[in-house]
Design a protein around this ligand. Structure first.
Ligand code: 5RP
Length: 262
């Protein structure tokens, strides 16, 4: 990712940079997973190395843990932290109530546990993640490997009674093999197109034996920081009831991934 940033990377970068203002020295911070969250980890690492920011980071995946250590963030487990001041993470979709679909990167279980154990959850995203109604992005559901085909069949049967537009499901693959999460589980993606009642679907999914957790984050997110390719950033904070916009300038050194080979 060397050289000039693409508009989408600029959008992710400015969202991440703006979101670092939610972080203060002494805080315990949940670190999300995915390409947008990776920008956040890079930005926080820079503040730790160059401005003396003192934080403890609780990563939501082995990938994020490795990156956080690489950039100089002090990494601790959730059990060591017990409770977090803020979690900052990406999302696959967010709606007007800041309900989310997450798990495109396969880390939804740790992400949900960490976000729920935080005073505040802030989502960083580009505007493409904004939707009127959740469901265009396939909903990830983490299931234990034992009897996964039976669990998948039970999910499909349950979907018949739900307010959704599509009902097909697929086991997430990693090449020829089923994808395996950090907890050793599999993911079934639900192709629903439109989810009429996300709260109900989330509750019902989690009652199916074999389902560990689903990627619907309902009433968990407090604010979304939306980045644009031209440097604009909009913050929508539903707790404070505030909307704030500003613009960031890009400097060559803003490509914090510049030293990483493409
Ligand atoms: C990982 C996630 C990610 O936050 C989500 O997939 C968004 O990723 P990206 O920022 O790469 O678009 O939920 O499980």
């Amino acid at each position: 990712m060397s050289g000039e940033l693409s508009p989408i990377d600029k959008a992710k970068f400015v969202a991440a940079k703006r979101a670092t203002r939610y972080v203060e020295s002494g805080m315990r911070v949940g670190l999300g997973t995915g390409s947008t969250a990776a920008w956040l980890v890079q930005c926080l690492g820079e503040l730790v190395r160059e401005e003396g920011l003192r934080i403890k980071g609780v990563p939501t995946s082995s990938r994020t843990a490795a990156l956080a250590r690489d950039v100089g963030i002090d990494v601790i487990s959730l059990d060591e932290a017990k409770w977090l001041d803020v979690t900052i993470d990406g999302a696959d979709e967010y709606d007007g109530n800041l309900n989310l679909i997450k798990g495109g990167g396969g880390a939804l279980l740790q992400e949900k546990i960490v976000a729920t154990a935080s005073d505040q959850m802030v989502v960083i995203a580009d505007i493409s993640k904004q939707v009127e109604t959740l469901g265009a992005f396939p909903l990830p559901v983490e299931v234990i490997p034992f009897g996964w085909q039976t669990t998948k069949a039970l999910i499909e049967e349950m979907l018949i009674g739900m307010d959704v537009l599509g009902r097909s499901t697929s086991l997430r693959m990693n090449g020829e093999s089923p994808y395996v999460t950090d907890e050793g589980n599999h993911i079934i993606d639900l192709h629903l197109n439109r989810i009429g009642n996300a709260r109900q679907l989330s509750l019902v999914l989690n009652q199916i034996p074999g389902v560990v957790e689903n990627g619907l984050f309902i009433d968990i997110c407090d604010a979304v920081v939306i980045g644009y390719g031209d440097g604009r950033v909009e913050v929508r904070d539903i707790v404070k009831g505030e909307i704030d916009t500003e613009r960031f300038d890009f400097l060559e050194e803003d490509n914090l991934f510049g030293d990483i080979a493409d």
